[in-house]
Design a protein around this ligand. Structure first.
Ligand code: ATP
Ligand code: MG
Length: 399
């Protein structure tokens, strides 16, 4: 476990050719947000992002219509037993997450062990961009309610302290389940269930009346409840999508190595298809059990279009217990999400439809069985101008 009191581990970059080389030079076990160095445009970015959502309140720019509970710092101190190390749930680039307890009716902090469990994220005071991302998170999660977005219960803004109080997700992050050797391997069915839930969360954001680009889709931001229902967390980097005739928004490059779309890293041009690329990377992680930052896309590329070599990318922890047909379909989807031309990537709603269809097939075909191929084209009324989503089906052999 890292040190929560250490200075921030984030990496600075901006959308320039230098940024690209910065990314390829640095490699770390944990992925870090690509934090911009240009303060001026950062303020511009923040204003565009927040102004349409907020009204002035004594607490700054917090959305007045949100139902979030404002907590005092001492309340959260009590709820987490003074942020004791044994309450620590995890640590990210922005700070530590602690387990806490609040009263289920009044939401006042209670004695540990009574009331309901919550997750309290305490931002490192010295984190660059900390306030901006804290505010974006409060305003987006305070506004959106969806079964596949983690619920934000409240916040604390007191002096320099910035905290967020979320519903507790007992099974932690997808990252922990996929990559920690001590955790029980996820079954194929659970992997598909997680992919569907995450696709629902992203589709909801992309198809909202005022679309939102999530910008930090990755395994550590997909949290799991007791039944492995997945919810997206961490909206600190979310951006309002382009409006009117605009095809993209230009912004500083922020995100996580291995997940960020190449055209976004190179140019700073952000579209919802940047999220689709990241979704493709997470699909590869689900298939292979390998981390994105280990050059996963390059490593998997030679095998993606080849049915006979598909088994080479599959997670050995599955021990072959996955349907060959389903695995090939997911590989095919990942390939489309990872296309270098953003417009050629499918939309999240189409990806969701394809995954739901795959789940409904409930096939048990094994990798060793023969394959026949058929192609299904899914079209979404909203995506007439987009590339059709091509799903390769392999017919199950007759029994
Ligand atoms: N609501 C929650 N319920 C349970 N555990 C949580 C919750 N939120 C976060 N965690 C745990 O805390 C860890 C750290 O989360 P955090 O979002 O701060 O960082 P991260 O996503 O791992 O990294 P980064 O800062 O790069 O986004 C998560 O991986 C998860 O294990
Ligand atoms: Mg996170």
């Amino acid at each position: 476990m890292g040190n929560c009191l250490d200075s921030s581990a984030k990496v600075e970059t901006s959308h320039s050719s230098q940024a690209t080389s910065e990314i390829s030079r640095s490699s770390s076990k944990k992925c870090h947000p690509l934090v911009p160095s240009n303060l001026l445009s950062s303020l511009e970015d923040r204003n565009q992002n927040i102004s349409s959502l907020t009204t002035s309140t004594p607490e700054g720019e917090i959305l007045s219509s949100s139902n979030l509970k404002p907590f005092s710092f001492s309340e959260l101190k009590n709820a987490t037993r003074n942020f004791r190390p044994d309450s620590l749930l995890g640590e990210g680039g922005f700070g530590c997450v602690f387990k806490g307890w609040i009263d289920e009716n009044t939401w006042a902090a209670t004695r540990p062990g009574s009331g309901i469990v919550v997750a309290v994220k305490k931002l490192k005071l010295e984190a660059p961009q900390g306030h901006k991302e804290w505010l974006t998170e409060v305003n987006y999660l305070g506004k959106f309610h969806h079964p596949n977005l983690v619920k934000l219960i409240g916040y604390c803004l007191e002096g320099k302290n910035r905290l967020l109080v979320y519903e507790f997700m007992p099974r932690g992050s997808l990252e922990n389940h996929l990559f920690r050797t001590c955790s029980q391997p996820l079954s194929w069915a659970v992997r598909i269930k997680v992919a569907i839930a995450a696709a629902r969360g992203l589709s909801f954001l992309h198809e909202a009346e005022s679309p939102v680009i999530y910008r930090d889709f990755k395994a550590s931001n997909i949290l799991l409840d007791a039944e492995f229902n997945a919810k997206l967390s961490d909206f600190g980097l979310a951006r309002a999508g382009p409006t009117g005739d605009r095809t993209h928004v230009t912004t500083q490059v922020m995100g996580t190595r291995g997940y960020a779309a190449p055209e976004y890293v190179a140019t700073g041009r952000l579209t919802s298809k940047s999220d689709v690329y990241s979704f493709g990377v997470v699909l590869l992680e689900l298939l292979s059990g390998r981390r994105a930052e280990d050059n996963l896309v390059n490593w998997a590329s030679p095998y993606l279009g080849d049915k006979r070599r598909l088994f080479r990318i599959m997670d050995t922890k599955l021990e072959g217990r996955y349907p060959q047909k389903g695995a090939y379909m997911v590989t095919n989807l990942a390939t489309q999400c990872l296309r270098s031309e953003p417009r050629a990537r499918p939309r999240m709603v189409d990806i969701l439809g394809a995954l739901e269809e795959l789940e409904s097939l409930k096939t048990t075909t094994r990798i060793s069985q023969p394959i026949q191929r058929a192609t299904l084209t899914l079209t979404n009324p909203k995506s007439k101008t987009e590339a059709p989503l091509l799903i390769s089906h392999q017919k199950s052999p007759r029994r």
